[in-house]
Design a protein around this ligand. Sequence first.
Ligand SMILES: O=c1ccn([C@@H]2O[C@H](COP(=O)(O)O)[C@@H](O)[C@H]2O)c(=O)[nH]1
Length: 234
Amino acid sequence: MSNKPIIALDFPGEKEVFTFLNHFDEPLFVKIGMELYYQEGPTIIEKVKEAGHEIFLDLKLHDIPNTVKSAMKRLAGLGVDLVNVHAAGGRAMMEGALEGLEAGTPAGKTRPSLIAVTQLTSTTEEQMQLEQKINLSLLGSVLHYAELTKHAGLDGVVCSVHEAAAIRDLCGESFLRVTPGIRLAGGEAHDQKRIATPDGAKKDGSSLIVVGRAITGAQDPVSAYRNVSKLWGE
Ligand SMILES: O=c1ccn([C@@H]2O[C@H](COP(=O)(O)O)[C@@H](O)[C@H]2O)c(=O)[nH]1
């Protein structure tokens, strides 16, 4: 897996995706999320792969262990590089996800890396305590989920940049810290609450950054991508 900024392809369909991708003349690392996958299905994965791009399939599975295991077995055959679940689904669910992924990875192919979402980057500490009734600091909750994820045998977590260094200290350098909520300095936060810049992410312990609207919504997406990459150090 490369270290390039992961571009979130949050577009309504294939046409918009390729209009965007055709501005670039290099292989990218892209994220396909719920909006695009639910509209286009697995064929969008094949087409984006054929175009030479690495893929993070961000479906954030969260269900009973058996259902997640079976779903992961199917997703493993798509040939993506990175997939995820919600850590709140629990240790048995995460172990099931890993088993399904291992069972479904075709012989001779590398198993996709598997990570778990801790607390969404759109969540504040106050909201988490009030709505999820978690009686911990936000960092405490994220560290708890990171440790649970590590014990389940997964490869890392989705978190914000604000928690990345503490997770690295607790779970080790090789345990991935994939961080959305990335904005260029002065950029609009939109619905994100725990944000950071690409250079802040590098300094504060992210392994990979996920960038959507700061690139896809820019007047010149290629130059926004170059700017993010430069600040990230890629
Ligand atoms: O905690 C999370 C988990 C996933 N995401 C996803 O990342 C991108 C971020 O997009 P921006 O436009 O850069 O805000 C988006 O696809 C989310 O679904 C996240 O933001 N936070």
